[in-house]
Every structure is written in structure tokens, then in C-alpha cells.
Design a protein around this ligand. Structure first.
Ligand code: ZN
Length: 131
């Protein structure tokens, strides 16, 4: 089953979408399987990372800003090549194991939608397969 979700983002940042992914799995009725969380945007991404200390989200963006600055050599007229680089580096999707009708995540893991060029209206998909 395919589920889609919408969200409104800030300029840059990580949005915890673990609850939405869990909701999709519950609604699908799948007990054992996998799901793919997919972002159909070129300046955003999906990742799994720490959900305990909110400073990790801030540091995640601060670190990517250092690795992918807005270089003067960029030619892309939209002026957001740094966001395109971050999107591909982090990746458009994550695969999550489903067991017992829930996403198999570590104690400190959450699933995040990563915005690199907001604020925008965004969407993401959850494809649930199994049983
Ligand atoms: Zn662009």
C-alpha cells in the first residue's frame, strides 16, 4: 500500500516523521515486512538519526552547511545548488524493517524529513510491503 503525507517546512531543518510512518504501517495492516519512506523533492531528503537530543538536528544542519557551502562557482540560476548537494548526499529514501506491526528502530532512532531549501509545502511517500 502507498501512503502520502504533506508537511510545511521551515527554512532548513529536520522534521520527525516517525509517527506518520508508524501510522501508515498500522493502517496497512502489515505485521512483518518492509517500508520505503521516499521524498520526491530535489532539495530535501529522508534520514534516520537520533531522536533524543534536539541539538543533534541543529548540528546535522550546521555540519552540512560547512560541508556544502553556497560556493560562488555554482551556475544553477535558482541559487540553491548547496541544497541540491545536501539532498543527494543524505538521500531521497530510507528502507525500514517492519516487525510486530511497527517500524524496527533503535531506542534513539527517529525517521526525519530533511528540508534544505524551505520554507516550502512538501510531501513524502510511505510504501508498505509485507505479510
Ligand atoms: Zn534548484
Amino acid at each position: 500500500m502507498l501512503f502520502n503525507f504533506q508537511l510545511s517546512t521551515q527554512a532548513q531543518g529536520l522534521v520527525d516523521i516517525t509517527a506518520e510512518v508508524t501510522e501508515a504501517i498500522t493502517e496497512s495492516g502489515v505485521n512483518e515486512g518492509i517500508c520505503i519512506v521516499y521524498c520526491p523533492h530535489t532539495t530535501a531528503a529522508i534520514t534516520i538519526n537520533e531522536n533524543a537530543d534536539p541539538d543533534v538536528k541543529t548540528d546535522f544542519i550546521a555540519g552540512l552547511d560547512r560541508i556544502f557551502p553556497d560556493f560562488e562557482i555554482f551556475r544553477h540560476a535558482e541559487g540553491n545548488s548547496d541544497a541540491h548537494l545536501k539532498s543527494s548526499a543524505v538521500g531521497a529514501s530510507e528502507t525500514v524493517i517492519i516487525t510486530g506491526g511497527k517500524p524496527l528502530l533503535g531506542t534513539w532512532q527517529g525517521i526525519y524529513f530533511c528540508e534544505f531549501d524551505g520554507p516550502r509545502k512538501r510531501k513524502f511517500y510511505v510504501k508498505v510491503m509485507g505479510d
